[in-house]
Structure formats: C-alpha cells, structure tokens
Design a binder for this molecule. Structure first.
Ligand code: CP
Length: 337
C-alpha cells in the first residue's frame, strides 16, 4: 500500500487491516502516555487547499502521536495565492523531504495527480478531493459502525473491541441528504459494500448524482418510508453543501424548509428506528437543516465519537503507509485507472 486515495477498489483484506490497526491505535489512545515512537524522524505535510477542522486537526494529532514531524500548509496565506501551481508546490515539498503528504483539494482527482505525476516520492493520503473521495472519513465511519454494531465496546465507545477481524455483513446503513456533492457518501458506499453492508442512499432527485445506478447501493427518494420499512442499523446524515451549489450563492432546490421537512433527521424520525440504531454525521453539521439539535445530541448519536475515532484511523493509515507494514504489496488503495 503506497497511497490512500480512494475506497473504490480497496480490497476487503486491506480494509479489515486498516480497521484492525485502527483498533490497536485506539487502545493506545486511552493510555496516559498516548505517544508512540513509530514514525520518529519522518515528516508528514498537511497540504490543505480547502477549509477543514476535523480532518486537518486529526491528521496532525495522529502524526504527532506517532512522533512524526508535522508541517501544516494552508493554501490561504501561501504562494498559491500568487499563482503557484500544485506541481511547483509538490516539488517544494519534495525538496523539503516530505515522507507523507495529506492533501485536501477542491478539484476531484488532485490527490491522484499528486501521487502519480512523479513530482514527489512521498505517500499521498487523500483528505478529500472535490466531490470525489474522502477515504479516511469512510474508514472512521466503518470503524465506528463496527465498534457499535458488531463489537461491544460499552456506552462510551471504550473498552475491549470485540469486533476486531469482523466485517459489516448483514448491517443496513442509510446515507441521507446531499449525495450529489458528497465525497463522504461516495467513499462510504464503496467501503461499506466491500465490508458486506447493505447501503441505501436517500435524497431528493435533484441531489442524486448522474451515474448513481452504477454504485453498489439502492437509492430512495423517501426518508420516512426507508426508515419505517427498511429499519436501518445506522443513519448517516450528510451536510447540505450550499457552497457547492448555484455557483456558491447558497441557493438550492428544494428550499431549506422543504428539505428539512422531507429529509431532515429529528427525534420523531429517530424514534422509528430499531433500539440499537446509531445516528452519524461526518461534520460540520447544519443544525436545524439536515439534522435537529435533539437528534445530533441524542444518546444514540455517535457524532463526537466519530471525530475521536478519526485520530486512531489516521494513525493507522499513516503507520501502514509509512512503515511498509501492510498486508499486501499491491497498491489496492491506490486508484490506477
Ligand atoms: N468531516 C470532515 O471532513 O470535516 P472537516 O471538513 O472539518 O475536515
């Protein structure tokens, strides 16, 4: 495994290896001394062309917990604003001896280009590229689902993780909302399918991407019907990405009020789910639009735990890519099409 660019094509063995390694990393994070010496002397660059809170901070935390040196690069305030290209930025990072580059970019395919254009020797980890992929988000979502619905880790998500080695066969996951603009949805559909879960996307027709019929999932336009009749084990709400709509003006169809009424998740809809079902959201949330405060803060919401699990999952990804301790030599997380 040289790069982590996409969940599409990620083998089941490599997905389980990433989740199991994440479980080992999570166990170290409940200790008083959370730091491991594993990546001492290695340099991880966080290269962010788009805003981020969770992903950037958790990659930084993960790299530091593994004792790597971390360089944070934000396009805002850099020579990118003077017109510097991705290539010249990459050559600069190469000259500085980056061992891994964590990249978030507004352009779909930017992470793939960085990995394969020959500008860098470093491992590339995709932290979100346009509307394409966000593989570590999907991995932390799968990790959270596995700990809650397959293993038994206690109410607070801590304790022995009995899910190690397991897949997600038999679980039903509903992914709800702005699928059109969501790299989180696309990454989750492929990873959850690989792990054996059934996925239903629920969205208004205007927020479903062209070509969705080729994705390994069902599509529904009716949230209440899906919740009542399909009884999902987890409901993953998606952020309405108004900045990617109508040239960034924020206008979108359906209207916010209609959207919230038909596709918003609230305590009434939560009550329809099985008792064990969990509520997820990758963040940041539009409270009152795609999810109510009551649902977001409900005891069955695992949204804060998703953030905590992001550190363990990103530690695992950095460790596996930089230590070379991978289950397979082939680059199955490395999209080569
Ligand atoms: N989930 C997610 O990618 O959040 P950030 O944009 O804050 O990184």
């Amino acid at each position: 495994m040289k790069h982590l660019l996409t969940t599409q094509g990620l083998s089941k063995d490599d997905a389980i290896l990433l989740l199991d390694t994440s479980a080992q990393m999570a166990a170290t994070q409940s200790r008083e001394n959370k730091k491991l010496p594993t990546l001492r002397g290695r340099t991880v660059v966080n290269l962010f062309y788009e805003d981020s809170t969770r992903t950037r901070i958790s990659f930084e935390t993960a790299a530091k917990r593994l004792s790597a040196d971390v360089i944070n690069f934000s396009a805002k305030g850099s020579s990118v604003s003077k017109g510097e290209s991705l290539k010249d930025t990459a050559l600069t990072l190469h000259a500085m001896g980056a061992d891994a580059v964590v990249v978030r970019h507004w352009a779909s395919g930017a992470a793939h280009q960085l990995a394969h254009a020959g500008w860098l020797d470093a491992a590339v980890l995709n932290a979100g590229d346009g509307m394409h992929q966000h593989p570590t988000q999907a991995l932390l979502d799968a990790f959270t689902i596995r700990r809650h619905l397959v293993g038994r880790v206690g109410e607070d998500g801590r304790g022995t993780d009995t899910s190690v080695g397991a897949d997600l066969a038999g679980l039903r996951i509903a992914i709800v909302g702005d699928v059109l603009h969501s790299r989180v949805a696309r990454s989750n559909v492929y990873l959850l399918h690989t792990l054996g879960a059934e996925v239903t996307l629920v969205a208004p027709p205007t927020l479903v991407p062209v070509g969705v019929e080729t994705w390994p999932c069902r599509v529904s336009y009716h949230l209440d019907e899906t919740l009542e009749q399909w009884q999902p084990d987890a409901v993953m709400m998606l952020r309405v990405q108004r900045e990617r709509m109508s040239g960034g003006s924020g206008a979108f169809f359906p209207s916010p009020m209609e959207y919230s009424r038909k596709f918003g998740f609230d305590a009434r809809r939560l009550a329809v789910l099985p008792d064990h079902a969990i509520v997820m959201h990758p963040g940041p949330m539009n409270r009152g639009l795609e999810i109510s405060a009551a649902a977001a803060d409900h005891p069955r919401s695992v949204i804060v735990e998703q953030v905590a699990n992001g550190v363990a999952v990103r530690m695992a990804a950095l460790y596996l890519l930089l230590s070379g301790d991978t289950g397979s030599e082939k680059t199955s997380t490395d999209e080569r099409n």
